[in-house]
Design a protein around this ligand. Structure first.
Ligand code: NDP
Length: 280
């Protein structure tokens, strides 16, 4: 068996074009503010890509690029201004922040209705009780969207998620549970990991360990979603050993061009949702 590719890049582009057209017909522009503190090269490239994608979709997007030595109080003050500004619909802070700034304190300062990353406890809580007002964090939302392009219904499917972070693993578990999957979350303390992953109809790798998932960890015909972004000798790769697993799975996402582009598309979708909710 050679797996079919789930082409996140193409799917994300189509999605951005779709809501880009809807936004054009609004006559108003949803407005996203991105805060980046420091000079992390990868974050700067990533945030410029977000800004470009937002503008292409017909939105306004400001990148607040602050110096490394910016204090926590200064970031909080900027968030206060953005929270109060009626023309701003979405606010996101690029992680990781420099060590002298408390990330949780910063995230929790964003008004939940402008929290387009879905990282505030309010949005995480709304997601866990399946409240449609929840702004769902972009990577899990993108993964669900990709799964729905290949499976009409996810009901009863066993999804195994490798990783339990607050930004990927945990919200994804809630989202898949809300979509009637049977969900297992595994992590570094899990025993017999491959025995569990082999039971997955849907296997999602979000552990940040290059090529960790091998063919003998995967059930024949499974759908494999690779969230990982790693580099080996400068070359990008995921958490799944693609060359092995492509011969075992029925569907697989590539890295790059799988989950990554969906994260940006869903961030813009979330900004559009925040805009609509602000007008409701
Ligand atoms: P974190 O480092 O926050 O979490 C990693 C999780 O994986 C932890 O729960 C950890 O377990 C678990 N884990 C690590 N090693 C193992 C192992 N050997 N066996 C089992 N579990 C393990 O990472 P993130 O969730 O932030 O990101 C995960 C990956 O996804 C990274 O490569 C990141 O770059 C990528 N990413 C990609 C995005 C995209 O848009 N494509 C967006 C966000 C992230 P424990 O809790 O026990 O430590």
């Amino acid at each position: 068996m050679v797996a079919n590719l789930i082409k996140g890049k193409e799917i994300a582009l189509a999605l951005r074009e779709k809501f880009g057209q809807e936004i054009m017909s609004l006559g108003h522009k949803p407005h996203l503010a991105v805060i980046l503190v420091g000079n992390d090269e990868a974050s700067l490239i990533y945030d410029r890509n977000k800004q470009k994608a937002a503008i292409e979709a017909g939105m306004d997007c400001d990148l607040h690029h602050l110096p490394e030595e910016t204090t926590e109080a200064e970031v909080l003050a900027l968030i206060d201004n953005l929270n109060e500004d009626k023309n701003i619909h979405g606010v996101m802070v690029q992680l990781p922040l420099p060590k002298h700034i408390d990330s949780r304190k910063i995230i929790e300062h964003i008004k939940p209705e402008k929290d387009v990353d879905g990282f505030t406890p309010q949005n995480a809580g709304l997601l866990s009780v399946k409240d449609e007002r929840a702004i769902v964090s972009a990577t899990p939302a993108g993964i669900l969207y990709l799964l729905k392009t290949v499976h009409k219904s996810l009901a009863g499917m066993h999804a195994v998620i490798i990783g339990r972070s607050n930004i990927v693993g945990k919200p994804l578990a809630a989202l898949l549970l809300n979509n009637d999957c049977t969900v297992t979350v595994v992590h570094t303390k899990t025993r017999n990991l491959p025995e569990i992953t082999k039971q997955a109809d849907i296997l999602i790798a979000a552990c940040g360990k290059a090529k960790m998932v091998k063919a003998d960890w995967v059930k024949e015909g499974a759908t494999v979603i690779d969230v990982g972004i790693n580099r080996i000798n400068g070359k990008l790769c995921g958490d799944v050993d693609f060359d092995e697993v492509v011969n075992k799975a029925a569907y697989i996402t590539p890295v790059p061009g799988g989950v990554g582009p969906m994260t940006i598309a869903m961030l813009l979708e979330n900004t559009y949702q925040a805009y609509r909710q602000s007008k409701a």
